[in-house]
Structures are given as structure tokens and as C-alpha cells.
Ligand binder design. Structure first.
Ligand code: PEP
Length: 706
């Protein structure tokens, strides 16, 4: 079941990642196209002209980069919790927008995938609902996403991705989009792009005429239009598509001489030889910095007998201003502004046509120079349609981005693996030496001095009297799955109420998570109604038991004597004991903490022999910090744990003390765990409240990761 859940979460993750990466990339490499789309949205919202173009352009670059980055972070499972929340927010926003598009139809194409893939508004909405569901799944189970790269190196992948997409975006802005998804790509014959295939269905429209008479508005169609009744005054028309027919890729291309009204489209497209088209949707906003180059190209065209036209949607005045500003002598004709923006993502941009086929395109920053135009076009490479270099570009992207990323992941995995192997080897070596009785040797002592080589790092949860059986099983499953997806760097134990033990034991992977009880009886067996013996605890599959918790001492009167018996019985039944000790606030204020803790140890566990001592884990829990939100500072905790270790050393010797895991407990959270665990004597934590939420518990476990 859990494996199925992990599979499903990762399936949702793949779906989101692929969609975000693709849609972010195709928009990022066409920043002007995305800016135009943002302009459409602003217009639909009645905000046309209110947001400066440079803000729209910046929004376009940032939005696309964020989308691509989010996709890559999901793909690589980086910052899983934060990223799944951000993705959900993003999808809620996008689904809202596409719902508005589906209902109101203010924009025909949402622009989700730039020009690479066009969906109807209803299709986009459907897609977003699916993605929103996937995002919610990730947000619910963020830790089920299997990591590809360790936490330490995640930042490299994140920054590298951000730099890559921003560079791709800016290069596309300066030159032209790396990939051209529009119908005016190099190699396209515009005439052919406008053709309807034989037998293709034409789109059927319904036109409605709005007229008014005596303040009353009425709609008419072609059949009942009041041609004979002149008292109706025409106001407006609206057109709706009744049946969508075939729409050729180029359906809006025309060139008109505004002065004579002459349609020059066919004449220009059918022209034998070369034609330069200087394209500028709006001359008023065109970059005039390269007009010298444009003039040289115009001169070159005239000298060699090639046509050179300016195409614009600007008014006569705009054209006049441009001529005054640049000295332009070439003729200007009119083409629809949107068409011009589609033809080339540069204002101005230059197209070279040969018999109606686009054979070259230049942004205003890459116009051919005089040196490049040293001979007639047939003798120059630019006078011929270039080979399709899509694959070269794909290979370049693989070399510049995908391969380094793969190298990083492989190096990271190798690094993590060697670290793990090294640790394991050290551990085995040390253990062997110890078993061989070399513990007296200086070398071993040096090794024992390093706690992280010898004693176990542990994070243990104490659920206390919380969670019903069903809730407890669900929580245990969640913790288990999170740890399966992302292996811990420490021992993990969960200690549950008695009734949960047997069921929880069934859902835990023993190799990953240990199981413990929160208490056991001080009697072996017999007529002790309501009690649960150590043997019973053991029979559930549990391996640990917490004894001496301050709540048991305080509310159930457990004395040092009673605890001594419990410890004895637990060990006799092969359970490891997490033995708690700690002072009250008054005792600390009276500076009696050392005395109190030492007495608790002496009273209940210091009678054990060295062999039994190996099965004791100590948890120092200052009572004033338990469940209060007050945490002992890392230094306070370290001081106490160092003291406890010194007391253990006095009793069992230095080596045994170095071998003993001593935990800190008391309002430990993901936010303070790292600092606490960084102290040399703190070997982990006993966690109360924060162990009831899988994400928080996992956050504390992760504090052991570098
Ligand atoms: C505890 O009771 O063991 C404990 C440490 O609780 P909390 O983490 O909630 O303070």
C-alpha cells in the first residue's frame, strides 16, 4: 500500500515537473511573446496601457524563470515541503485564471505553453484541474518524493538552473527565440502557409447586428435585418464561431499600401528573387539605434536589385517620425500589428524572403554588417536557406545544462555513498577492535573519543496519550514512508501507547524505524489489573521502552525503587531502555540540577552491570522544558549532557561513557534540533509534541543531515 502511495506521489510529481519545465522553458525562450500575452491579459482586465512595457517584459522573464525553476525543483525533489506549497499556490492561481477564461472567453489562447502548444480554454482548465490535484497530493505527502540529490548540494542545482534559464531568456531577448514555434519560421513559404488544403472545412461564423430604435436595443441576424426600416440605427456587430473549420497556420498575413488601398500581398510573395522586409509593429517603440545598419542594407538591396520594404501597423505620423529620425528612404506598407509581432520577436527585425519563402531572420542586434554583405546574395551563405539546426541547439542545451546537472547528481550520489561506506567501515573496524579486547589501546581510545563514530545518533518520538489506534497507524505509516523515501542518518524510534504497539509494528520497516513502549509494569506477571508487563511489550514486536519519564514520576508516583524494578524487568525481556532524568524549575533555580540527575541515575540504573548498561539510552529532560515550548539552550543542554557522561564515566569507565547515547528532550523542534545536535555530547533527542506530526518529526531527523 505504501509503495503504491509513494509511486502515486512520484507520478504526480513527474506530471507537474514535466509540465512546469516544458511550459516555463518555451515561455522563457520567447520573452517578448510572453510579454505580448501579458499585455493581452492586461487588456482583458481593462488595464491596457496602465502597466509600462518594461514591467511587462520583466514580469515575463521572471514568471517563466520561476515556472521552469519550480519544475526543476519538483523534478529533483529540492525543498520538498516549501516547493509543494508554492506549486499548489501557483496552481490555485492558474486554475482560477483559466476558469475565468473558460467562462468569459476574454482571451482565445491562454498562452500556457507559449506558441509551442495551443490548447482551447476548456482544455487548459481541465489540464490545470489535474495539475492542481497533483500539487495537492505533493503538498499532503511532500516527503514521499524521492530525492535525487542530497541536501548539502541542492543549492548548486537550484542556482545553476536559475542561471541557465535566465541566460536562455536573455539570449532569446537579445537575439531571437532559441526555437521558433511560430508559423513564420525559417524555411516557411508564406504562400503555402496560407493555403487551405483541398476539401478542408471552412470555419462557419454567425454574425449578429445590434441596432437601436427609440432607446431600445435589438439584435438581428442576416435573415431578419431591418433593411427596409431606416428607423433602426446600426450600433455594432458581434461574431461567434458556429463551427470551427480548418485554419491554415498563416491566416492573417496581408500587405497593403495604405495610401492607394492596394493589396500587395500576392505581388510581394510571388516575386521572383529576394525581398528584405523590415518589420516593426510600432515604429514609435522601435529601437532606432541600428538605423545606420538598416540604411546600409537598404543601399545594398538597391544596388543588387532586391526589394526592400518596411512593414508596420503604425500610423502615417509614426512612419514620418521614423523617417525623420533615421533618414529611412524605403517604402512602408501596412500589416496587422499582431501578425508583425508573430513574424519576428524584435522591433525592428529583418526578414529575407526568396520567392515567398523566409530564408533568414535577424533581430535588430544581429543585422548583417557591410562586411557580411560583400557580394550578391546568391554568393553568400545568408542568401540560402540555412540547414535546420534544431538538433544542434538541443545538443547544445544538453551539453550546457543537462549534462552538468547529471554530473552533479552522479557526483553527489557517489559522495553520499563513499561517506556512508567510510562511516560503516569505521564502525565495523572499531567494533572489531573492541570485540578483540583491544579497548585498552590508545588507538581505540582515540576512536572512542569521537562520538559520531561510536555511539548511536538517535531521534525517538514519545507520543504520550495521543492518537487513536487508527490515527496512530496512519501516523506511523506516514513516518515510515517518509523515511523510506529519504533514508535517515540516525536511528529512529517511535514510542507509542500500549494499544498501538502490535498494529504499528506491522506497518514499520524494522530496518528503518524502531518501536518502543512508553512504560511497562514493575511486576513480572499476575494479578495486576490494568498493567502491561515488559514481556507483553516485547511480544508486540517492540524493542524499546521509555522509563522514568517525569510525567510518570510526577503523576503516577513512580519512585526510584519502582523504576529500578522496571528497568530490571525491561532488560530481562530484551528491551532497550530509554531512561529519563531531569530537574524541575525550582531545582534548577536552586542550582541543584547535577545533584538531582545524578541521584536519579544512581537510584534506578547505576546498579546495572557493564553488559546491561549497553542497553541503556539516557534522555536528559529538564522538566521545565517538557511541553512548555521552553527549550534549554544548546549550551545548557550540552553542559548537562557532558556532566551526565562524566558521571557515567565515573561509574562504568570512560569507554563505556563514550559509548552511551545521551539524548536531550524538551520542546525540541525542527527549528532548534540542528543547533542542539551540533553539540559534541548531544546524541539526539527524545521528542514529545513534535513527534505527532510526521513532517516535524522528519524535520528533526533531518537535522542529522549535513
Ligand atoms: C517528552 O515528553 O519527552 C518531551 C520531550 O516533550 P516535548 O518535546 O513536547 O517537550
Amino acid at each position: 500500500m505504501n509503495r503504491l502511495k509513494i509511486f502515486f506521489v512520484n507520478l504526480c510529481r513527474a506530471l507537474l515537473a514535466i509540465t512546469f519545465v516544458f511550459s516555463g522553458f518555451v515561455k522563457a525562450i520567447d520573452p517578448l511573446g510572453t510579454q505580448y500575452k501579458i499585455g493581452d491579459y492586461l487588456e482583458a482586465l481593462g488595464l491596457a496601457g496602465q502597466v509600462p512595457e518594461w514591467i511587462q517584459l520583466m514580469t515575463s522573464v521572471v514568471l517563466s524563470a520561476v515556472e521552469f525553476l519550480l519544475g526543476m525543483l519538483i523534478l529533483l525533489a529540492i525543498q520538498r515541503r516549501l516547493v509543494s506549497k508554492l506549486t499548489t499556490l501557483f496552481m490555485i492561481f492558474m486554475t482560477g485564471i483559466t476558469l475565468w477564461l473558460t467562462i468569459g472567453n476574454p482571451i482565445q489562447d491562454c498562452g500556457c505553453f507559449g506558441d509551442a502548444l495551443r490548447l482551447t480554454n476548456a482544455q487548459t482548465f481541465g489540464k490545470n484541474v489535474v495539475l492542481l490535484f497533483a500539487a495537492l497530493v505533493l503538498m499532503r505527502f511532500p516527503l514521499y518524493q524521492v530525492r535525487f540529490i542530497s541536501k548539502t548540494n541542492q543549492w548548486i542545482a537550484s542556482y545553476f538552473t536559475l542561471i541557465f534559464i535566465l541566460v536562455a531568456s536573455l539570449l532569446s531577448l537579445y537575439h531571437l527565440p532559441i526555437f521558433d514555434f511560430r508559423p513564420y519560421y525559417i524555411g516557411q513559404n508564406i504562400r503555402k502557409g496560407m493555403e487551405m488544403p483541398p476539401g478542408a472545412q471552412q470555419t462557419v461564423y454567425k454574425t449578429t447586428f445590434i441596432c437601436t430604435k427609440d432607446g431600445v436595443q435589438k439584435e438581428f441576424d442576416e435573415n431578419n435585418y431591418p433593411y427596409d426600416d431606416s428607423t433602426w440605427v446600426f450600433v455594432d456587430t458581434k461574431q461567434e464561431i458556429l463551427k470551427q473549420g480548418y485554419e491554415p497556420p498563416i491566416h492573417d498575413f496581408s500587405i497593403t499600401n495604405e495610401k492607394t488601398g492596394e493589396d500587395l500581398t500576392q505581388a510581394i510573395l510571388n516575386k521572383k528573387g529576394y525581398t528584405f522586409l523590415l518589420v516593426s509593429p510600432h515604429l514609435e517603440m522601435a529601437d532606432d539605434g541600428n538605423f545606420g545598419n538598416i540604411e546600409r542594407i537598404y543601399e545594398y538591396a538597391r544596388e543588387n536589385g532586391y526589394d526592400f520594404y518596411g512593414l508596420t501597423a503604425s500610423t502615417e505620423m509614426g512612419i514620418r517620425q521614423w523617417r525623420e529620425l533615421t533618414g529611412a528612404r524605403y517604402p512602408f506598407y501596412t500589416t496587422d500589428g499582431t501578425t508583425l509581432k508573430t513574424m519576428i520577436r524584435s522591433n525592428p527585425g529583418l526578414l529575407l524572403l526568396y520567392q515567398g519563402t523566409i530564408i533568414n531572420k535577424w533581430s535588430r542586434n544581429d543585422l548583417p554588417t557591410a562586411e557580411q554583405l560583400s557580394a550578391p546574395l546568391p554568393l553568400l551563405a545568408m542568401g540560402h536557406e540555412p540547414e535546420n539546426n534544431t538538433w544542434t541547439k538541443i545538443v547544445l542545451i544538453i551539453l550546457c545544462y543537462i549534462l552538468p546537472l547529471i554530473f552533479l547528481i552522479v557526483a553527489d550520489r557517489l559522495w553520499a555513498w563513499t561517506k556512508w561506506v567510510k562511516k560503516k567501515e569505521e564502525w565495523v573496524k572499531t567494533k572489531e577492535q573492541w570485540i578483540m579486547g583491544k579497548e585498552q589501546s590508545n588507538k581505540l581510545y582515540q576512536l572512542l573519543k569521537h562520538k559520531r563514530q561510536m555511539r548511536k545518533k538517535i531521534v525517538a518520538g514519545n507520543w504520550k496519550m495521543n492518537e487513536t489506534l487508527q490515527e496512530g497507524i496512519a501516523l506511523a505509516k506516514e513516518i515510515n514512508s517518509a523515511l523510506m523515501a529519504d533514508k535517515p542518518n540516525c536511528d529512529v524510534i517511535i514510542c507509542t501507547p500500549f494499544i498501538h504497539l502490535a498494529s504499528v509494528a506491522q506497518v514499520l520497516d524494522k530496518e528503518l524505524v524502531g518501536l518502543g513502549a512508553e512504560n511497562c509494569a514493575d511486576k513480572e506477571k499476575g494479578a495486576y489489573t490494568g498493567e502491561v508487563s515488559a514481556a507483553m511489550v516485547k511480544s508486540t514486536g517492540a524493542q524499546y521502552v521509555i522509563l522514568g519519564h517525569s510525567e510518570r514520576r510526577q503523576y503516577y508516583g513512580e519512585t526510584a525503587e519502582i523504576l529500578k524494578d522496571k528497568v530490571q524487568l525491561a532488560l530481562a525481556n530484551d528491551l532497550k531502555v530509554i531512561f529519563c532524568c531531569g530537574e524541575t524549575l525550582e531545582e534548577r533555580e536552586a542550582n541543584k540540577q547535577n545533584e538531582v540527575v545524578k541521584a536519579e541515575l544512581e537510584g534506578s540504573v547505576f546498579h546495572l552491570n557493564a553488559e546491561d548498561w549497553k542497553n541503556i539510552i539516557i534522555a536528559y529532560e529538564p522538566i521545565w522544558a517538557i511541553g512548555t515550548g521552553k527549550t534549554a539552550t544548546a549550551d545548557q543542554a550540552e553542559e548537562m549532557l557532558a556532566y551526565i557522561r562524566s558521571v557515567v564515566a565515573e561509574k562504568y569507565g570512560k569507554e563505556a561513557a563514550e559509548d552511551t547515547s545521551i539524548l536531550y528532550g524538551g520542546s525540541c523542534k525542527p527549528s532548534n534540533a540542528k543547533e542542539l545536535f551540533s553539540k559534541p555530547n548531544i546524541d539526539g533527542g527524545l521528542i514529545g509534541g513534535a513527534s505527532l506530526k510526521a513532517a516535524d518529526f522528519k524535520g528533526i531527523i533531518d537535522a542529522w543531515k549535513k
